[in-house]
Design a protein around this ligand. Structure first.
Ligand code: ASP
Length: 435
């Protein structure tokens, strides 16, 4: 069985949906994970924001805009008037659900339920289009099998058992369509796997069913050797190991959700990144095989804040780092990079929701210094830290930039540096040239 996942832009218009449908109309057994049409989740979030601040009229305007957007897509999608009529009924149903959620006392539960409607409408329309094209398929409601536990982590046993139960309801069927991103939580309430989580859904489903391959369809030819938004003439990379891909995804390459690598790695399921606009292109194959030597790719991550905690007491003191880490744990804030010296420790974070609270709590252990607007540049290649010469080349490339932190040796496949966000583009190009 194969898992296919189509992202928001890959099904972002009636024509794109038609193209995506062409890619799945064969007889092989498949589960197709679909995100919400691009822009939808952002609009739903804005609607929620308006409802929190009691701007119901503004929320209503946005709901109407969304309804019109989907109605136009349905007009372009269906040829047959019977299917068009059904498509519009599906849109009405979902829009009415959103409207009734907007009327309740607005809490996080209503917000999550509203957010789920992007994937719910999109999959319903997509599967209806397959029906119109006489492609036999089944719509599997993700809310019947996707679940997270009390810590927000996927409940793999539940997912596996309930997917099995769902399949048993449809013997002899080959093609299943389901929603990415959405799930239920421990209490059975609608929840989600966080922004961009549809890739994660695909990889969790792949693991649950022991898939042969997970294909992530986007609108770019796989991972590139540098960030195409800032560097010219970048090239797609045909093969990456799970570890290399995980580093690149985590440190900024936007093509794949970082959490989606681990389930595939643990179950050794290859992940193939493909381009819906150019399906004939090879894309990137991510597997347990590490091929080639040297640097494969460079990625960057913006919006980074560095915190330095300087304390004379760190000198020879055990337990100091534990106390520092506990602060970040208390605020559920992950640390990206870390460097230490005898008297100070520097860490970076990209989630600054609790920056104030974290800074106050850290101040009991030393003087806290902040550097905002930083970017991590991450240089990835199988075993690069054990190969001679790369670190020299990187330093040579970056000699005219102020480097705030360097991380070397944390993993064998990654060298990361922290620079000012304003220097990022030039630094990426300098690395690209010298390597
Ligand atoms: N629709 C969700 C988002 O925009 C999930 C996804 O697209 O992966 O974040």
């Amino acid at each position: 069985m194969k898992i296919y996942k189509f992202g928001g832009t890959s099904i972002g218009s009636a024509n794109r949906m038609k193209d995506a449908a062409k890619l799945i109309t064969n007889t092989e057994r498949k589960i197709v994970v679909v995100s919400a049409i691009s822009g939808t989740t952002n609009t739903l979030l804005k609607i929620a924001e308006h409802l929190y601040s009691k701007k119901n009229y503004d929320a209503e305007l946005l709901i109407n805009e969304l309804e019109n957007k989907y109605r136009l897509i349905a007009d372009g999608l269906f040829d047959n008037s019977k299917f068009l009529c059904k498509g519009k009924e599906l849109i009405d149903l979902n829009i009415n659900n959103i409207k009734s959620l907007a009327q309740n006392a607005f809490t996080i539960h209503e917000e999550k339920a509203i957010l789920a409607h992007g994937e719910l409408i999109t999959t319903a329309l997509f599967q209806l289009y397959l029906q119109e094209q006489k492609v036999d398929s089944v719509l599997l409601p993700a809310l019947n099998f996707m679940r997270i536990d009390a810590n927000g982590e996927p409940d793999n046993y539940y997912i596996k058992e309930n997917l099995k139960r769902e399949f048993e309801k449809h013997p002899g069927k080959n093609l299943f369509i389901t929603q990415g991103y959405i799930c239920r939580n421990l209490y059975g309430k609608i929840d989600n796997l966080k922004r961009g989580g549809s890739d994660y859904t695909a990889s969790l489903i792949g693991t649950a069913v022991g898939a042969d391959e997970i294909q992530i369809w986007t609108d770019i030819n796989g991972f590139h050797n540098n960030d195409p938004r800032f560097v010219e003439n970048t090239k797609p990379i045909s093969k990456l190991s799970f570890d290399e891909a995980a580093e690149l995804a985590y440190f900024g390459a936007k093509i794949l959700h970082p959490l989606s690598i681990n389930p595939a790695k643990v179950s050794n399921i290859p992940v193939r990144l493909k381009n819906t606009i150019k399906p004939e292109n090879e894309g990137t194959l991510i597997s347990s095989i590490a091929e080639g030597k040297g640097i494969k790719a460079v990625a960057s991550k913006d919006g980074i804040t560095a915190l330095k905690i300087k304390s004379g007491r760190m000198l020879l003191a055990y337990g100091f780092l534990r106390k520092v880490f506990e602060v970040f744990e208390r605020y559920k804030t992950p640390i990206d990079m870390i460097t230490t010296s005898e008297v100070a420790v520097s860490v970076t974070i990209d989630d600054t929701t609790f920056l104030k609270e974290i800074s106050v709590d850290l101040a009991q252990y030393g003087v806290v210094e902040l550097n905002e607007n930083q970017s991590i540049i991450c240089i990835v290649g199988e075993n690069i830290i054990e190969q001679e010469g790369y670190i020299n080349k990187i330093f040579e490339a970056l000699k005219s930039f102020k480097i705030r932190m360097i991380s070397y040796g944390g993993s064998r496949h990654n060298i990361s540096v922290l620079v000012k966000a304003e220097d990022k583009k030039e630094a990426l190009n300098a690395i690209n040239e010298i390597l």
